[in-house]
Design a binder for this molecule. Structure first.
Ligand SMILES: Cc1cc2nc3c(=O)[nH]c(=O)nc-3n(C[C@H](O)[C@H](O)[C@H](O)COP(=O)(O)OP(=O)(O)OC[C@H]3O[C@@H](n4cnc5c(N)ncnc54)[C@H](O)[C@@H]3O)c2cc1C
Length: 268
């Protein structure tokens, strides 16, 4: 019997990306598109993965399904972007991913804005859910539109008696979303129509919060510049334990995702 080297084994264990087909695509608010995928290709994706991130691989314009599937399996790797599983249901087997419609300057946003039933993309993941254990006396959730899916999934998973504040910065009043949240979470919505000129309002609100005693957990994500400043505030000024802090830059003004990821790696 020949033993496989661990390295080879690891590579062959890695699941190839799934080829997902769009079942429905619809604007749920003026700047957010919900793409629903369906079918047996979703089998094996854990049913408790709402809020976990995943990779979406995008076809080139006009590329047919067979050609794209070959590329998914054999490379070169298609344009890839990071998204969040917003919801997954068993019957029928469906998965929702919410895309900010930020214009046609990004391949993912452009793809979502044009998506219709029968369109396709690649999917890898999901990764682990961002917060799976809730043990805080007080929660701070903060998100812009790109992080609404992770924030909403986190709020929906919280224990009923959770207490805290959730602060959302959205592009228009109509981008406010209904979500099922614990009664003790105070919901605040800020409208800032221009994502490229940060309003500073979310940070101002967060810095002005009455900070409680006890254990704090956070779920904070959004534009990288703001996140850098909030990370400093939460971890260094308020001394929240890093193990209880999910705080992550989801996009960066003036950078495409690959540049943003490289920038994050260079800072780590
Ligand atoms: C863990 C994680 C989870 C994420 N989950 C989601 C999610 O569920 N839904 C979601 O919509 N996004 C999510 N994002 C953010 C998403 O990956 C980025 O917005 C990504 O850049 C979008 O790719 P694109 O091809 O549309 O634009 P890119 O080609 O990456 O960028 C093109 C241009 O658009 C700008 N841009 C990128 N994102 C935005 C934005 N939101 N608003 C305004 N301008 C922008 C860039 O600065 C750049 O100038 C997530 C990011 C991470 C790291």
């Amino acid at each position: 019997m020949t033993l496989q080297s661990p390295r080879l084994k690891k590579k062959s264990d890695k699941r190839a990306p799934r080829l997902l087909t769009v079942e429905r695509a619809a604007y749920i608010t003026p700047n957010m598109i919900r793409i629903t995928f369906a079918g047996d290709v979703l089998l094996g994706i854990p049913h408790d993965c709402a809020g976990a991130n995943c990779k979406i691989m995008l076809p080139e314009e006009g590329q047919d399904k067979i050609e794209f599937e070959t590329r998914l399996n054999e490379g070169p790797k298609p344009v890839t972007r990071t998204y969040t599983v917003r919801a997954i249901r068993k019957l029928p087997l469906e998965m929702d991913i919410d895309f900010v419609a930020h214009g046609d300057n990004g391949p993912a946003s452009r793809w979502a804005m044009n998506a219709k039933k029968g369109d396709f993309c690649g999917f890898a993941g999901p990764g682990p859910v961002k917060i799976s254990e809730f043990h805080a006396d007080w929660y701070l959730v903060a998100a812009d539109m790109s992080a609404l899916p992770v924030a909403a999934a986190t709020l929906e998973a919280m224990p009923e008696d959770a207490k805290g504040v959730a602060i959302f910065e959205i592009l228009s009043g109509e981008d406010r979303q209904e979500m099922i949240t614990p009664k003790g979470i105070e919901m605040r919505w800020i409208v800032s129509p221009d994502p490229y000129h940060p309003s500073g309002k979310q940070e101002e609100l967060i810095r002005g919060l009455q900070w409680p005693d006890g254990v704090v957990q956070t779920c904070i994500a959004g534009e990288s510049g703001l996140i850098r400043s909030l990370r400093d505030f939460v971890n260094n000024e308020k001394g929240v334990d890093r193990a209880n802090t999910y705080i992550s830059g989801y996009w960066k003004i003036g950078m495409i995702e690959d540049e943003h990821q490289a920038f994050k790696r260079s800072e780590a």
